[in-house]
Design a protein around this ligand. Sequence first.
Ligand code: DQA
Length: 171
Amino acid sequence: MSRTVYLLNGPNLNLLGKREPHIYGHETLADVEAQCRTLAAELDFSIEFRQSNVEFQIIDWIHEARENAAAIVINPGAFTHTSIAIMDALNARKCPVFEVHISNVHQRESFRHHSYVSLAATGVMAGFGTHGYSLALRHVAQLLGKGAANASGINKDRQGFRVMKEAAETT
Ligand code: DQA
């Protein structure tokens, strides 16, 4: 029975709060992690909250999540727009994947409009500020149901909601 959600953050997100605050706001990644931990405790699941500036590290964490996670919430930073390798790793997962962007990438430079990660994601959230992480977690909680999730029963069908509900009902 997995009730662990992996929250993965890509490059430069360690500078959240200091980096371009007019775009990304003043909260730090530690603030976001603290909020996610509080919410996860309320919603009755555990989280693995991680950040790396290194592509292979993120891929290794996605592989780890493949075995352990009920869901992946990922803000891949600029790797969103460049990394076929992260997309491939996500396509090999067994659980739903939610892509989060703090900013509304579609309102920004054209190179940010394309996301390799979206090709693998169950859902995408952009432009909700750091609140996007909490919204994604709440959505995951709704998918899992209280205490009813079993990651091993979830396949990687794009319709994460239906598949996960079925998995929850049959366990
Ligand atoms: C970002 C958007 C990306 O385009 C950018 O490279 C980031 C952050 C966001 O959260 O809005 O690093 O993923």
